[in-house]
Ligand binder design. Structure first.
Ligand code: ZN
Length: 465
């Protein structure tokens, strides 16, 4: 209970901070003490308050107000320009562990299965509101085909110049209710758990926080930064692909905030392929006591499922999964229809093509039954490592070293939005926090990886040119 209250307080604090452009930054005495004793002729204690204006002034400047209690009462408050040599305290705001964790939890608390547009839109609205409070430009595009809206968050004042594209999805594979039943938000040591916290609200949020930080502080950068949030990645981005591609076309670099792999590695290629199919089977209905005139679609489906599962070659990285089946209407009727939904992922584009051809050529066992394969999602294009990706990776590697960690690049086996973007601009994937358990009831992030990863993203935004 006290933990919950604590978290609530933290959320509350973040919100009020977001809502303000002004905040009291520090109490500072030494410099002005000497200055004012010349006028007052007394050495008495007094206080100096500074309000730091977050917008419109350089990082390390602000306005100060000085009050001097003297024996004759308080001297009038005097406004003054404050310019300090002290490094602006970036660490105590927005990109600290507590703030990042509280922000991620707030996003995880809004459950967002891809198929529930209203639920996903609740989170889209929160992100839009937070972005606007930070001073970002937002463009929201209405959803299509029953999916939620797309949201673009960008640095203000930019033209159509090539920039840095950040790609995130706000949907998860977890149905509404998972928070209550199955995977409540909780913390164990350096791990935080919750539905979608690893894939990928953790990564989406730290990139968003870094972008808001960049905008709010007016930090120097070489390129515009645009952060695209999509609502349907977990089902193959059917309504987002076009926008992902058009944004990638005007990007100089793409950073995808899918989770880090195997102890913090990022992804520099995804040379595999993925596809999804629906297998429709049509038989003939009959009373179950007159079976000879019927043709069971479910019996046919059962045989086909075994064939499909037999295609799996886990060692080679070829995965065929019959994930959903439906069919029949009553135990008293020979079923005349059945449907299966199949997911495919493979380690190379050529292996994917081969498997796709095999699935498309499925024939029925029973000559009186028809089978029909519907391609739900075509093969995602390959995302292969190129010299341009090598250059981008080397730059990120150098920035990570400055922050004190080693960045390692790997080939990611499963397709994602990076596959769409990488055709147009050098792309790094897996920029999110470290963790494990994607798509399971043990989704978790490593809390200590949040700050270094957020800093790496911020430094990429500042230095990519
Ligand atoms: Zn994901």
């Amino acid at each position: 209970m006290s933990h919950l209250r604590e978290r609530h307080k933290l959320n509350e604090r973040c919100r009020t901070r977001l809502a303000r452009n002004l905040r009291i930054d520090k109490l500072q005495l030494p410099f002005f003490l000497n200055y004012y004793t010349r006028y007052t002729d007394r050495s008495i204690p007094w206080l100096t308050f500074f309000l730091r204006i977050r917008k419109g002034l350089p990082e390390e400047g602000g306005l100060g107000i000085l009050g001097i209690p003297s024996l004759r009462g308080m001297l009038p408050f005097q406004p003054m320009l404050w310019w300090t040599m002290i490094k602006a305290s970036e660490d105590d705001f927005e990109l600290g562990t507590d703030e990042l964790l509280a922000g991620i939890q707030e996003w995880v608390e809004i459950e967002t299965p891809s198929s529930d547009a209203a639920a996903v839109n609740r989170l889209v609205s929160l992100v839009e509101q937070q972005a606007q409070l930070a001073g970002a430009v937002t463009v929201r595009h209405s959803g299509a085909s029953g999916f939620a809206d797309l949201l673009l968050v960008a640095t203000p004042g930019d033209s159509q110049n090539h920039g840095v594209l950040v790609l995130s999805h706000l949907d998860t594979v977890h149905p509404v209710g998972t928070l209550k039943n199955g995977l409540p938000i909780h913390r164990e040591g350096d791990r935080a758990f919750g539905p979608g916290i690893y894939d990928m609200k953790g990564g989406a949020f730290i990139a968003f926080a870094a972008l808001c930080h960049l905008i709010r502080h007016g930090l120097p950068r070489k390129l515009p930064v645009r952060h695209l949030f999509v609502p349907d990645e977990e089902v193959g981005s059917p309504t987002s692909r076009a926008m992902i591609e058009s944004e990638a076309r005007r990007a100089k670099y793409v950073l995808v905030t899918e989770p880090a792999r195997d102890g913090g590695k990022i992804v520099t290629s995804r040379s595999g392929g993925t596809a999804e199919f629906k297998l429709h089977i049509a038989g003939r209905a009959a009373h179950s006591l007159h079976p000879r005139s019927g043709r069971s679609a479910i019996k046919e489906l059962a045989r086909q499922i075994l064939d499909l599962e037999a295609m799996n070659d886990y060692d080679a990285g070829l995965h065929v999964n019959v994930g959903i089946v439906n069919g029949g209407t009553s135990t008293g009727i020979i079923p005349d229809s059945a449907v299966a939904e199949i997911g495919l992922s493979s380690p190379s584009s050529s292996a994917a093509e081969q498997a796709i051809q095999l699935i498309k050529s499925i024939k029925s066992y029973d000559p009186d039954v028809t089978v029909q394969i519907e391609t739900q999602l075509g093969n995602r294009p390959g995302y292969d490592r190129t010299p341009a990706i090598d250059g981008l990776f080397a730059h990120a590697h150098g920035l990570a070293a400055e922050l004190g960690f080693e960045l390692i690049g790997v080939n990611g086996p499963i397709g994602g939005d990076a596959n769409f973007a990488a055709q147009y601009a050098p792309t790094l994937d897996g920029m999110g926090p470290d963790g494990e358990g994607a798509h399971s009831l043990s989704e978790q992030i490593v809390i200590s990886s949040l700050v270094p990863r957020a800093r790496l993203l911020l430094n990429l935004f500042r230095t990519l040119g």
